[in-house]
Design a protein around this ligand. Sequence first.
Ligand code: DX5
Ligand code: ZN
Length: 210
Amino acid sequence: MNRPLIIAPSILAADFANFGAECRAIEDQGADWVHVDVMDGHFVPNLTFGAPVVRCIKTSLPLECHLMVENPEHYVEAFEKAGAHSFIFHIETTVAPAELVAAIHAHGMKAGVSLNPGTDISTLAEVLPLVDSVLVMSVNPGFGGQAFMPVALEKIRTLRAQFPDLNIAVDGGVNAETGAQCVEAGANILVAGSFIFGAPDREAAIESLR
Ligand code: DX5
Ligand code: ZN
């Protein structure tokens, strides 16, 4: 695998009182993509924001929208209109993942599928040949700042062995140490929230993940 490593800071950890400035700043601080955590209070026990807020984010970086919501198919059009580059749904939230991937592609976005730490990768079999990326959760989704769960490493390794060209992302508890373990296991996209936004020097924090 020799594609460049992508660093995607999760703006869940940004200062929401300065949301616009934080989103612009992270671009100059070395981010490749912006990771946007959308939570509905049903699939996960927390609420964040939806497409109207995403539409206000001014950045030239791709907006990777991670939908931790039930009925993700209801939001495909809204996120396209909000300017999402990719739409990541959870495999636990749909019984028709292939149809959902087709809808995401029809709306001009990249399609990603995510799975919780307790969900087996065998559940992805039907969609793996269809998606543009897999987002392996290394915490139970809902909150930033949780500890990395090593179960993610095994999943990344197994996926990488089967799919040499797949975009494999990891999300949750990523720092310089766990990030390096994920890259060694085969991940090529690192999502990190508190490690980057909580760092005194965000540029250095992003660089330390590379
Ligand atoms: C968790 C979110 C993550 C989270 C990562 O539900 O999907 O993107 O913001 O935050 P850290 O890096 O702090 O674990
Ligand atoms: Zn996320």
